[in-house]
Design a binder for this molecule. Structure first.
Ligand code: NAP
Ligand code: F7E
Length: 343
């Protein structure tokens, strides 16, 4: 049985990757952080099904390098997936030092721990399309130049470079997956797609009035997270390590995403979306469009889910959540809101 070690197992991709690996009969170890509330909500169904059998969680933090070394020595995994990050671009302007510490020191600490444990362990680094900066409308591939526009993106460039550096310097199997935006019903609620679909569900059921958004004219190449974690795994099964882009090859604006999500429940987005300065960033990535042809040719990956299927999947899931919230409201356990205060 193969053994995987995942940092960031409690996040969106952590959930889908863990599910995929468990279905492939892996033993999965993941790191969790101590918080005042338990934050394993996404993977709780997997813990119920596989906990005490093939799924193990360990307290750690990417900034606690000794815990990483101890865990790797104990677990001796075949594959390591480094998904941990302060992954919110807007928050990275507010917490630039912390975001940078996790993205840079965290990644190199993990690589060093691997190098000192066993250089044959395969390593996946979660690189990001944010590294490109989005100033031009060209299709971006593995050779396109980086021009980071946020502390988050700058830290991802460092981690990307150092992952390649360890491959070249120490002959290690280290891979960068340059992933364009990928979403799902498990997406954090402060990312724009999920913020919109949460609002659509609640507005449709009459428990929210409006949704406040920032730049509606930004374009993103949005895919489904479930498809993308399969690509992460495929990269580590390839005979040689390299860097690969995963994307859909289609880009739409935030406005178009909102229009499609409201139309899915027969509402007009213009009646419910308001623009607020609060959600604009000090610097914006205007346009991202990815070219996944290298991944298709070399590892046999291509996206399976269309943007329409993704929007419908997310809206359907958030309608179900809103129905549960409505019951709480009817029992005076929750209040209806104008805008979602948690977004
Ligand atoms: P996410 O939902 O925000 O999850 C991030 C994970 O990292 C969470 O499990 C979080 O733990 C953990 N984490 C944060 N800081 C940490 C630290 N100091 N030490 C250990 N763990 C820490 O992100 P995601 O969407 O799943 O993305 C996964 C990775 O891919 C991230 O590195 C992200 O930057 C990158 N990426 C994402 C996309 C995308 O569109 N989703 C695209 C390209 C690249 P808590 O639950 O305790 O906070
Ligand atoms: O923003 C605009 C915003 O926060 C998308 C992360 O997973 O993908 C993600 O980063 C766009 C931006 O994702 C709101 O200005 C408008 O142009 O959903 P987002 P992101 O910044 O693209 C990349 C690939 C990652 O690597 C990151 O980890 O939408 N936008 N109004 C808004 N964005 C948010 N969050 N909230 C708004 O109200």
């Amino acid at each position: 049985m193969k053994v995987a070690f995942i940092t960031g197992i409690t996040g969106q991709d952590g959930y889908y990757l863990t599910k995929l690996l468990l279905e492939k009969d892996y033993i999965v170890h993941g790191t969790i952080r101590r918080a005042s509330l338990i934050n394993t909500e996404r993977i709780d169904p997997l813990i119920s099904k596989y906990g005490n059998d093939r799924l193990y969680l360990h307290y750690s933090d990417l900034l606690d390098s000794s815990s990483l070394t101890n865990l790797l020595n104990k677990i001796l995994p075949d594959e390591v997936y480094n998904l941990a990050a302060q992954s919110h671009v807007s928050v990275s302007f507010k917490n630039p030092i912390y975001t940078t510490q996790v993205g840079t020191l965290g990644s190199i600490s993990l690589l060093e721990a691997l190098r000192n444990t066993n250089k044959s362990i395969k390593f996946y680094q979660a690189s990001s399309s944010e590294m490109y900066g989005g100033a031009s409308k060209t299709k971006l591939n593995e050779k396109s130049p980086f021009d980071p526009k946020s502390p988050y993106a700058a830290s991802k460039v460092f981690a990307h470079d150092v992952t390649k550096l360890y491959r070249e310097s120490y002959d290690m199997f280290t891979v960068n997956g340059i992933l364009f935006n990928h979403e799902s019903p498990m997406r954090g609620e402060t990312f724009v797609t999920r913020k919109i679909t949460r609002a659509v569900g609640r507005i449709k059921l009459g428990i929210q009035e409006k949704v406040l958004l920032g730049n509606l004219d930004a374009f993103r190449d949005w895919g489904f997270a479930g498809d993308y974690v399969e690509g992460m795994w495929m990269m580590l099964q390839h005979h040689t390590p390299d860097d690969w882009v995963l994307a859909t090859g289609e880009s739409i604006s935030v406005k178009e995403f909102a229009k499609a999500a409201f139309e899915a429940v027969n509402l007009n987005w213009k009646d419910y979306v308001e623009v607020s300065e609060k959600y604009f960033r000090p610097n914006e990535v205007e346009y991202l469009l990815g070219d996944y042809s290298k991944a298709e040719k070399e590892i046999g990956w291509k996206p399976k889910t269309s943007i329409t299927e993704l929007v419908n999947m997310m809206v359907e899931s958030d309608l179900k959540l809103a129905k549960q919230e409505k019951v709480l409201i009817e029992n005076n356990l929750l209040k209806p809101t104008w805008d979602n205060p948690k977004s």
